[in-house]
Design a protein around this ligand. Structure first.
Ligand SMILES: Nc1ncnc2c1ncn2[C@@H]1O[C@H](COP(=O)(O)OP(=O)(O)O)[C@@H](O)[C@H]1O
Ligand SMILES: [Mg+2]
Length: 277
């Protein structure tokens, strides 16, 4: 039996590969659990980088995200503990690489993840690490989520494809999930010695305004080394600039959460679910 409340569900999404989705998912989840949140990271990328980056060995995986989507295995039966206290994971497996095709003809194909996750769980947050595409797996994440965090790499083509992502989010809102919203945009791999990084950051702030978090994640070799030790950067080297930035990002995210989750006007007998109808 599962006890708990409905967790907040946050998808880490950008259809570009290599922009820092997985790094952000791992380190944000770790920093949030360090301040006492119970966090479940769900690895929705067939490449499984979030799973290996948290030290999960393939041989130890019994059930994966694939089973949650297709074999009707209860999400709690797929959850594995990580070395980070308070942080659990639903690992990815190689089976997930066929999932995109299998989903095309599956019943209820957009809602499979939502139906699996929108139940009381012993977690405050579920953070979904999305694959680098806008396919049916990502669509499942967007339909299941309350909110979206978009990592953007500070490089020349950063904004390319973003209008496509924003349009996709709008379509998902209209068709499947009216309450969905972008929580924020985080600039990753920022290099302050590089003028291009600064220019890209300015452009992104013009485009997204306040949605862009004040915290910027610097390019930092310690961050890229950490996954090969199966550790979040925050555990691998707590004092490196990348780890410090992710700790700041988590506190900014949670601060924004408090604003978002505080009711603006108190309505008597308000039904918290009615707003989504
Ligand atoms: N702040 C950073 N500094 C240095 N390297 C980084 C940083 N963030 C991510 N990386 C590296 O960049 C690559 C892509 O990051 P990743 O998080 O896997 O992106 P995605 O999940 O979007 O494909 C990885 O090798 C990762 O270690
Ligand atoms: Mg990734």
């Amino acid at each position: 039996m599962t006890t708990g409340t409905l967790p907040r569900i946050m998808a880490i999404t950008n259809q570009k590969g290599g922009v820092g989705k997985t790094t952000t998912a791992i380190n944000l989840a770790t920093a949030m659990s360090a301040v006492g949140k119970k966090v479940l990271l769900l690895d929705l990328d067939p490449q499984g980088n979030a799973s290996t980056g948290l030290g999960i060995r393939r041989a130890d995986i019994r059930h994966s995200t694939y089973d949650v989507l297709f074999n009707e295995v209860a999400v709690m039966d797929t959850v594995m503990e990580t070395k980070v206290p308070g942080l659990s994971i639903v690992p990815s497996s190689i089976h997930l690489s066929g999932a995109e095709i299998e989903l095309v003809t599956a019943d209820n194909r957009e809602f499979r993840l939502r139906d699996a996750l929108r139940i009381p769980l012993p977690f405050d947050y579920v953070i979904i690490d999305c694959p680098p595409s806008l396919n049916l797996l990502t669509l499942n994440a967007l339909v299941a989520s309350d909110t979206i965090l978009v990592p953007l790499q500070c490089e020349f083509y950063a904004l390319e494809g973003l209008s496509h992502l924003v349009k996709t989010i709008e379509r998902v809102k209209k068709a499947f999930n009216p309450a969905l919203d972008i929580h924020g945009v985080v600039l990753t791999m920022y290099d302050k010695r590089n003028n291009l990084s600064t220019m890209v950051a300015e452009d992104v702030r013009k485009f997204f305004g306040d949605k862009v978090y004040k915290t910027v994640i610097p390019r930092n070799v310690r961050v890229s080394e950490a996954p090969s030790f199966g550790l979040p950067a925050i555990v691998y080297d707590m004092r490196c600039p990348g780890a410090t930035a992710y700790i700041h990002l988590a506190s900014e995210v949670l601060k924004r959460e408090r604003t978002l989750l505080t009711p603006q006007t108190a309505t008597p007998n308000a039904d918290p679910v009615a707003g989504a109808a």
